[in-house]
Design a protein. Structure first.
Length: 189
């Protein structure tokens, strides 16, 4: 599953650009999905199943478990004692009325018809994950964009430590799972 140039991503008609104008874009990943039928939305796709978009592979689970070593050291605790801005406080009344989502493990900030933003804040990083589904003439393109804000001097080190696992195992596994779920929901060939 390839990473894409941020230029391609930034040409999409998404709310996230103004919403996270002050938060650095870390990277963007895509998976192309077969066009079984027209007018499939991200919201419609998410309603085709329950829970997570995909089942993580064994290697992904192993990698995730090693990432969660931060829990042992207390790095992943909610930084309630520190006043970081929760992204949901940026929502306008129009954003709130248009959002179709409720909170989960990652706090879902908003979900519009073809765009969802979720966040995770802990003592190592403030991460926002954007997923979007864009219909193209012959296919759909599912985007996963990750924004990261430093919350401590440890953030760059922490991100550098997890980048190989995240880029080689976690995201490709997630995107393969998205494709499998798409094919199961909307056709097989």
């Amino acid at each position: 599953m390839p990473q894409v140039l941020t230029d391609e991503f930034k040409r999409l008609p998404l709310r996230v650009y103004t919403f996270l104008a002050d938060m650095p874009l870390h990277d963007v990943w895509v998976v192309d999905l077969s066009r079984w039928r027209a007018r499939v939305t991200l919201e419609g796709f998410l309603r085709t199943g329950t829970g997570c978009l995909c089942t993580p592979s064994r290697s992904c689970k192993c990698c995730s478990n090693s990432i969660f070593v931060g829990r042992f050291f207390g790095w992943d605790r909610d930084p309630a004692a520190i006043s970081w801005e929760i992204l949901a406080t940026r929502l306008t009344d129009a954003d709130r009325s248009n959002s179709l989502a409720v909170a989960g493990f990652f706090r879902v900030v908003y979900r519009f018809e073809n765009e969802q933003l979720a966040e995770l804040i802990n003592r190592t990083a403030h991460v926002a994950a954007l997923t979007a589904l864009i219909e193209k003439p012959t296919a759909y393109r599912y985007y996963l964009a990750v924004y990261v804000r430093d919350v401590s001097p440890f953030t760059p080190f922490s991100m550098a430590m997890i980048n190989p696992c995240r880029r080689r195992i976690v995201y490709p596994s997630f995107l393969r799972g998205v494709r499998a779920r798409w094919n199961q929901a909307f056709g097989s060939g």
